[in-house]
Design a protein around this ligand. Structure first.
Ligand code: ADP
Ligand code: MG
Length: 289
């Protein structure tokens, strides 16, 4: 490999909004056989909005909204921003705030413990999300993310946030497939929601409901099945997978932690840059040989 070609390729990348943080990333990208993508913030805009809220008997809508907004206010997760904004007024002060990565948040609001997160998280707390199962399944089939709120240790509500697919995503996925690459979705989100999104994009392979470590296990398996792997993600929860992939690609506008773990950063945050970068890497390597 001539250093000059790599330099030229890297320079062209910069013009496309693709920043190569490692010299050998260009070559690694050209050898990619499978592209695994995170969902939230990567395939979707990462700016979800609260669309549904159903309370359990004994809980009032305003009370639940206020508690959830307060508990989520300190979090930077896109879901948290949607929920914190939904209450309208400035959120109450939360104490003992905790993030449970890939699951939800916990905080004390006005002396009462509040937990917000996935059904799996509720089950781990010993709360049975079954009373809301039908509602949650319907929401998930609409591609929405169903969440639960627990207040004072009792299941208080099911909520849903919806995060639209980015306008540029369908064409980017199609371009990857046209290059003969395998495409997989690897998400911490609920399996039904992830499958609804994958279906719309024609992505057949879906790994869902995984922790950051689960994402790591999933990419190892995908690499075993398909060959060299690029992982595309934006969040703190993606950092282990970004670091472990043959090529970690961070979507710009995501978290700094993701960018630091990645080999390649898409400055524009536009997913179209992924097939562009792969095409560029292939062209650069062809010139070298
Ligand atoms: P993704 O892999 O799709 O980016 P994450 O790993 O960030 O998703 O989150 C996985 C799941 O954990 C979410 O779908 C949600 O159910 C739950 N979750 C994570 N963070 C929060 C939060 N701040 N509030 C509520 N739920 C959350
Ligand atoms: Mg994400």
């Amino acid at each position: 490999a001539t250093p000059v070609s790599i330099l030229v390729g890297t320079g062209r990348g910069a013009a496309l909004g693709v920043l190569f943080r490692r010299g050998d990333a260009l070559q690694a990208l050209s050898e990619t056989r499978v592209v695994a993508l995170d969902k939230t913030g990567t395939l979707t805009r990462g700016r979800p909005e609260l669309t549904d809220l159903r309370t359990a008997p004994g809980f009032a809508r305003e009370e639940v909204l206020a508690a959830v907004a307060a508990a989520e206010a300190p979090s930077e997760h896109p879901i948290a921003r949607a929920l914190a904004a939904a209450a309208g007024s400035a959120p109450a002060k939360a104490e003992a705030f905790e993030v449970l990565v890939g699951k939800g948040v916990r905080a004390t609001v006005g002396g009462v413990r509040v937990e917000v997160g996935s059904g799996r998280f509720m089950a781990e707390l010993g709360l049975d999300p079954a009373p809301f199962a039908e509602e949650a399944a319907r929401l998930a089939d609409e591609g929405k993310t169903a969440l639960y709120a627990a207040i004072g240790g009792r299941l208080a509500a099911v909520l849903a946030v919806s995060d639209p697919i980015r306008d540029t995503t369908p064409a980017a996925i199609a371009a990857l497939r046209e290059r003969g690459l395998a495409v997989a979705l690897v998400s911490g989100d609920d399996a039904r929601t992830a499958k609804a999104v994958a279906r719309r994009l024609g992505i057949a392979e879906v790994v869902a409901e995984v922790s950051p470590e689960g994402k790591l296990a999933a990419i190892r398996r995908l690499r075993g099945e398909h060959g060299p792997l690029a992982f595309v993600g934006d969040g703190i929860n993606d950092a282990p997978a970004l670091a472990a992939a043959d090529v970690g690609v961070a979507v710009g506008g995501g978290t700094d932690i993701a960018a630091e773990a990645a080999d390649v950063v898409l400055v524009s945050g536009d997913l179209a840059a992924v097939p562009d970068a792969i095409a560029l890497s292939a062209a650069t390597m062809r010139n070298i040989r």
